[in-house]
Write a protein that binds this ligand. Structure first.
Ligand code: FES
Length: 156
């Protein structure tokens, strides 16, 4: 599990200025910020716009175009639950429903950096043993809602 430091505007500024000389610097800067802090805080937008002589709308547009960029701190832990066809046939949607109904865990909804989150993925290559999940690099088969809750570490 990766623990990121809290957003630090001075540190962000030095990351931005360290990369602003690159051609097409927006993406390298966004990646570097996300690598450092786990997300790109909205406070980065004016920094990047100013350093690269772009409008804030341009920077914002780039961030929202690429779905890999988070604009809020990442969850403490992420459990990826497969919801592709084979896992659907093996009951993954019932797991999703039970998580919401019995445990208040809404798949793909993030409760902030102190909570674990369950995210949808499409096929983990473990189709015969679905529903499949991936947590911290470990591939798991035949998961049910209770197992997911346990994997979330009581949502810590
Ligand atoms: S469909 Fe779920 S692992 Fe392939």
């Amino acid at each position: 599990m990766v623990h990121y430091p809290a957003w630090d505007q001075d540190e962000a500024r030095s990351i931005v200025s360290g990369l602003s000389h690159l051609e097409g610097a927006t993406l390298p800067i966004l990646h570097a910020l996300q690598e450092e802090f786990g997300y790109v805080d909205p406070q980065a937008v004016p920094l990047i716009a100013e350093a690269l002589n772009l409008s804030r709308a341009d920077v914002h547009g780039t961030i929202s175009f690429y779905h890999d960029f988070r604009t809020t701190p990442p969850p403490r832990k992420i459990v990826k639950l497969c919801r592709a066809e084979a896992c659907q046939a093996l009951g993954c949607e019932a797991v999703v429903d039970e998580l919401a109904r019995e445990h208040g865990i809404v798949v793909d909804e993030h409760g902030g950096p102190e909570k674990a989150a369950v995210e949808t993925v499409y096929c983990l290559g473990n189709c015969a043993l679905g529903p499949s999940a991936l947590v911290e690099g470990e591939l798991l088969g035949r998961v049910d809602a209770d197992r997911i809750v346990a994997l979330c570490g009581a949502r810590q």
